[in-house]
Design a protein around this ligand. Structure first.
Ligand SMILES: Nc1ncnc2c1ncn2[C@@H]1O[C@H](COP(=O)(O)OP(=O)(O)OP(=O)(O)O)[C@@H](O)[C@H]1O
Length: 332
């Protein structure tokens, strides 16, 4: 049974309907008109316990609005949400005990308190036992290096330290369902790595995760499933591996040769491969379809003709695939 189920979920916002420019603004002041804007458009989403789901889309696609609907912060205009059988907007208090939420752009730390005091307040709010609190803090310290920041005032923390403290706040009551909206935004690569390893660990321990991020490395390292939203509608929902297998249909061999090659002659000899001369005269890129030719076969053909000094293999990245999904070039 899904831990989270959204059916035909929609959210419309009322927006000022005004003409552009100063004249439009003045006209709007005299005669206010509004129009409806659909930020989330009839989405269906089911998440099973223990899944790690990436929720991605371009700016303004409706990700944060969806997270706000799923966590009960916003009331749907249409459709339903059930998290562990509850309507999160109606049963907000009961729901809060089972979910953890982090909005990377905001903090739930009390700004003028030491981190430790924020955590203690949350401990009392959620009714966490002393033993569980101690064990969880030890774990956060081990995985996130949190201990040294516990006595620091929240407002004195760096972004990376603040994000780690916020993660601890979101997880101190061991929620079953966790929503993280851009948890690695603005962080340096080493803190990102630490956070990703931590997230992978909580998923391996059985936590269900919905993660929104513009950083596709977060997604590939933490999640198995990806849901792509664009203009409020779901454009793709499936395993990341399937997305790659479905859309990454070409691979390439990049060769650095001992001497310049006659690319047009090679293209004539091997018309099934796509040949492109590189920036330097001695560089060639050969693109092929892995469904038709094995990499060993392609390398055999190339090394029989050419004398490579160096070679490397490449394939389109998940970034390329998602960029094409956003551009509407791909449909499932
Ligand atoms: N309270 C609101 N009132 C009016 N419009 C809103 C409101 N909240 C969000 N929107 C609009 O809904 C759309 C979706 O916003 P949302 O914040 O969900 O996007 P997002 O996918 O999270 O974007 P980003 O990646 O930029 O954070 C945007 O066009 C935004 O301007």
């Amino acid at each position: 049974m899904p831990i989270l189920e959204a059916s035909s979920l929609s959210k419309r916002f009322r927006r000022p309907d005004k003409e552009s420019g100063f004249k439009g603004a003045v006209k709007h002041l005299m005669q206010r008109k509004y129009k409806n804007f659909t930020a989330v458009d009839s989405i269906d989403l089911q998440i099973e316990p223990g899944e790690a789901v990436a929720y991605v889309g371009p700016n303004g696609a409706g990700k944060s609005t969806t997270v706000k609907l799923l966590t009960g912060i916003l009331k749907p205009s249409d459709g339903t949400v059930r998290v562990m059988g509850r309507d999160p907007h109606v049963e907000r208090v009961a729901n809060a005990h089972d979910i953890g939420v982090l909005f990377g752009q905001r903090t739930q730390l009390w700004w003028d308190l030491p981190v430790e005091e924020s955590l203690k307040l949350l401990k009392h709010m959620y009714g966490v036992s002393d033993a569980d609190y101690k064990a969880r803090l030890e774990k956060f310290d081990e995985l996130l290096n949190l201990g040294e920041y516990l006595p620091a005032l929240a407002r004195t923390l760096s972004l990376g330290q603040r994000m780690r403290a916020d993660l601890a706040c979101a997880l101190i009551h061991a929620p079953k369902m966790v929503y993280l909206d851009e948890p690695t935004i603005g962080l340096d690569i080493s803190v990102k790595d630490r956070l990703r390893a931590f997230l992978r660990q909580i998923v391996d321990d059985g936590t269900t995760l919905l993660l929104t991020s513009h950083d596709l490395a977060d997604i590939e390292e933490v999640c198995e499933r990806i849901v792509v939203i664009d203009e409020g509608k779901i454009a793709y929902d499936g395993p990341i591996e399937e997305l790659k297998a479905h859309y990454i249909t070409t691979k390439a061999v990049n060769l650095v040769l001992a001497e310049p090659a006659d690319v047009p002659a090679l293209a004539e000899k091997f018309p099934d491969y796509d040949w492109a001369a590189g920036e330097a005269a001695s560089e060639v890129t050969v693109t092929y379809e892995p469904a038709r030719f094995s990499t060993a076969e392609v390398l055999g053909d190339l090394t029989a003709q050419l004398l490579p000094r160096d070679l490397s293999l490449s394939e389109p990245s998940i970034e390329d695939v998602i960029r094409r999904l956003y551009a509407g070039e791909l449909t499932k």
